[in-house]
Design a protein around this ligand. Sequence first.
Ligand code: 4NP
Length: 147
Amino acid sequence: MVCLGNICRSPLAAGVLRKKLKERNVEAVVDSAGFEPYHIGEGPDERTFEIAKKYNVDISSHSMRLFKVEDFDKYDLIYVMDQRNLRDVHFLARNEDDQKKVDYLMNALEPGQNKIVPDPYYGDIADFEHAYELMEKACDKIADSLK
Ligand code: 4NP
């Protein structure tokens, strides 16, 4: 799961997907990363934490990290939240195989629609709640498809 800051959307999306995979007894490695280095090593935004707590999603071990080229080797699926994340990840792709792993998270729910999970960072708790609702539906689909 990739976003810009790796403190709001992608840690929550990774936590939600981990939870849904666990519920289905699917084993997978799920991680998140970002591109904006301001918050390296920090935990999630406190509003993300609040939403995670509300929905019983464990993101307590999250530490902000940057996306790296090796992530293309380690992960089969790379989900981005918005157009900027897609550009950022595509910029580091070495070849077509790398590029093919990348898609909008919301395309898991509505293929080809390229809908985004809007950045809630400059918003309020309602924007975080909205982001959660979107990613929850998409992660349900992903977990079902991996079962
Ligand atoms: P995120 O939100 O991409 O959902 O983690 C952001 C968090 C921090 C910043 C930008 C977006 N930032 O510029 O610090």
